[in-house]
Ligand binder design. Structure first.
Ligand SMILES: Cc1ncc(C[n+]2csc(CCOP(=O)(O)OP(=O)(O)O)c2C)c(N)n1
Ligand code: SF4
Ligand SMILES: [Mg+2]
Length: 351
């Protein structure tokens, strides 16, 4: 992959966070994406979220597939672990890494082509297994890297840059994530940093399968009139259900709240999310009403954004499989290999 390294020098008086890093320490190489690509704004939001959460970069593992979106992990968190997998295979590689070492924070970055076409099965199983990860899809409705073919998330009836109408039904990854059992489901827009940064922070603190679909316009192939993934279309049709604030750990835990006002939910690692409901009838703790709400508004041509569903009592794949808390790379040969007698006994029990 071609890339340009960023100059390391930065102003000595830049603010450092609690773990001693400036925001610049969370950057990566210089982006080679088209100027104005929504994906670069998502990288900036990830950088901001990790810096504000005081996450030491070496604690993060970022994995991706293939596509302009999947190139972006090169442009943020340059000091973190990274793995660029085969097209559509990020979820299974991430699941394997997570099983081997649960101590890292897993960030999976993918595209609508990567996750909704070739990787659809992989996406589905990561969600239903409850893999503890932040799964971000940078959704532009096209295969940007291969010059703008419709992807499976392109809306039926939307037009390509050359005026071709998409005749296929679209696939909605948010609806699928809700049905498949994801425990944190959000949709946002790359042009709305104020909404996106807290949604990513909430997903990082979640502790289970967190899915964030970010509509991210492709300025080269899908930003024209007739597209439903353009900057103009999303700005005009954005219907936000909530605004979230992210709150550092605190003692008091609140549970249920005034309808239409503020909901505060404590997450896995002790952080709280304060949800300012913009619609009194919206219930973010019921996946079926969330699905219904989203479908109803979608039928009106609205793009529903915000935190759509949250299960604060989440468990993850490790709990279900009762795996060891110690990462495999910290175990010695004695722990990793139980010996032939134990294996014989195990094999006998399975005959
Ligand atoms: C196995 C395989 N099939 C097809 C391709 C060609 N290919 C590369 S990227 C891509 C689609 C990328 O679309 P998306 O995931 O939406 O990313 P974007 O570029 O739009 O961000 C395709 C089909 C490939 N690299 N590997
Ligand atoms: S082709 Fe589209 S998705 Fe790829 S970098 Fe350019 S604007 Fe972004
Ligand atoms: Mg795409």
């Amino acid at each position: 992959m071609t890339y340009l390294a960023k100059p390391r020098l930065h102003h000595p008086s830049l603010t450092v966070n609690k773990v001693g890093y400036t925001r610049r320490d969370y950057e990566g190489k210089i982006s080679t994406l088209c100027a104005g690509c929504g994906h670069d704004s998502i990288s900036a939001a990830i950088i901001q979220a990790c810096w504000e959460l005081d996450i030491a970069p070496h604690r993060v593992a970022k994995l991706s597939g293939i596509g302009c979106s999947s190139k972006t992990p090169d442009y943020f968190l340059g000091a973190s672990h990274g793995f660029n997998t085969v097209h559509g295979r990020m979820p299974s590689v991430l699941t394997g890494a997570n099983l081997a070492n649960r101590d890292l924070l897993y960030l999976g970055v993918s595209g609508d082509g990567d996750s909704a076409s070739i990787g659809l099965g992989q996406f589905a199983h990561a969600m239903r297994r409850g893999v503890n990860m932040v799964y971000i899809v940078e959704n532009n409705g096209v295969y940007g890297l291969t010059k703008g073919q419709f992807s499976a998330t392109a809306d039926q009836g939307s037009k390509s840059k050359k005026g071709v109408v998409n005749s296929d039904s679209s696939l909605d990854l948010v609806a699928m994530a809700l049905q498949l059992g994801a425990t944190y489901v959000a949709r946002s827009f790359s042009g709305d940093k104020a909404q996106l940064v807290p949604l990513i922070k909430g997903a990082i603190g979640h502790g289970g399968a967190a899915f964030v679909d970010v509509i991210s316009p492709c300025v080269a192939f899908n930003n024209h009139a007739g597209s439903t993934k353009s900057y103009d279309y999303v700005r005009e049709h954005n219907e936000a259900v909530s605004r979230i604030d992210f709150i550092s750990p605190r003692d008091e835990i609140t549970a249920v709240y005034e309808p239409g006002e503020v909901i505060e939910v404590q997450q896995h690692d002790g952080v709280s999310l304060r949800l300012r409901k913009l619609h009194a009838d919206y219930d973010p703790t019921n996946r079926y009403t969330a699905l219904n709400y989203m479908n109803t508004h979608q039928a009106r041509g609205e793009v529903v954004t915000g935190l759509l569903y949250l299960d604060p009592l989440v468990t993850d794949m490790h709990v279900a499989l009762n795996t060891s808390e110690t990462p495999l790379n910290s175990m010695g040969a004695g722990q990793l290999c139980p010996g032939s007698k134990t294996l014989d006994k195990l094999n006998a029990s399975l005959r």
